[in-house]
Design a protein around this ligand. Structure first.
Ligand code: NAD
Length: 279
């Protein structure tokens, strides 16, 4: 699905270029040397190249001041050749991520984290939707025709995944329960779910006996663990080997992660079209 979406984005990029000579451009800002962030940024830039989107990298020293970062964002906001701005999180200590995200022009906010886009999502109006939740919805739509009335349990209430995915499900007229680390009786709540979306960052949290037969499970978690023979590997938040009775389960790695990157590309082209008033 991620490949199909990326292919569609490439076609859109080509059509936009021939109709308007606009080349969708994404500015990616990375502050500091966090190894996981470097990997994620590298993947996003490689994906842009594949789809024909221009990426402009801004790699800043970890000691960069908040003021300097805000100045860079202002410059990019004002640059008509930049259509999307992504600030890789987490930011180093001492920089207020909220203040930084608030400074991005909502029209260029391809991560969908600006309060204006968050507000649009919560009122069900048109805006840029965060990439991971958008990817989760596309995955769900590939196996579910009618969402109305389904019971959904979202595990995790972050602004990046849990809350926006819950809002998207609510918008599809699901009955949504948002749970978190202090939720009581989590297993019993998850057992009621037709759809489980887990974004907790807790390896193997969702066990086989938590999930009813036929449920659809989206595993957003990405956890690096060391297994019995000392090898590092990535696992999700589900005990996936126990979930054979689910009707669908996303793998980790290779499920929500690639969809997130593909949705970033889609959001960038969407932002470029909107800024150039192309339907
Ligand atoms: P976060 O730390 O901001 O939030 C985690 C949430 O899970 C919190 O609300 C917390 O209360 C809840 N939680 C933690 N442990 C729990 C438990 N044992 N039971 C119930 N709730 C629990 O994390 P996040 O940014 O939302 O990310 C969550 C996970 O998703 C991480 O593993 C992250 O790496 C992964 N992630 C993956 C992608 C992707 O593209 N696949 C994107 C974003 C995040």
């Amino acid at each position: 699905m991620a490949k199909a979406l990326t292919d569609r984005v490439s076609e859109d990029v080509a059509a936009l270029a021939s109709a308007t000579a606009v080349a969708p451009t994404l500015a990616v800002i990375l502050v500091g040397e966090d190894p996981a962030s470097q990997v994620y940024v590298g993947r996003k830039i490689a994906a842009c190249q594949k789809a024909g989107i221009i990426s402009r990298e801004h790699r800043l020293d970890h000691a960069t001041s908040q003021t300097a970062l805000l100045d860079l964002i202002e410059q990019l906001n004002a640059d008509p050749d930049v259509h999307g701005i992504l600030v890789q999180l987490p930011l180093p200590k001492g920089i207020d991520a909220g203040a930084v995200l608030d400074r991005i022009d909502p029209a260029k906010d391809v991560d969908g984290f600006h309060p204006v886009n968050v507000g649009r999502l919560s009122t069900g109006s048109d805006g840029l939707v965060p990439c991971t939740p958008l990817g989760c919805m596309l995955l769900l739509e590939s196996v579910i025709d009618d969402f109305r009335g389904l019971n959904c349990v979202v595990i995790g209430k972050s602004n990046i995944v849990g809350k926006p995915v819950a809002l998207l499900l609510l918008d599809r007229e699901c009955t949504v329960t948002i749970t978190h680390i202090l939720t009581r009786g989590l297993q019993d709540i998850v057992r009621t779910a037709d759809i489980v979306v887990v974004a907790a960052g807790s390896p193997g949290l969702v066990r086989g006996n938590w999930v009813k037969a036929g449920a659809v499970v989206i595993d957003v978690g990405i956890n690096r663990i060391v297994d019995a023979d000392g090898k590092q590997r990535l696992v999700g938040d589900c005990a996936s080997e126990e979930l054979g009775h689910a009707s669908a389960l996303t793998p980790v790695p290779g499920g929500v992660g690639p969809m997130t990157v593909a949705c970033l590309l889609a959001n960038t082209v969407r932002a470029a079209k909107a800024q150039r008033h192309v339907a």
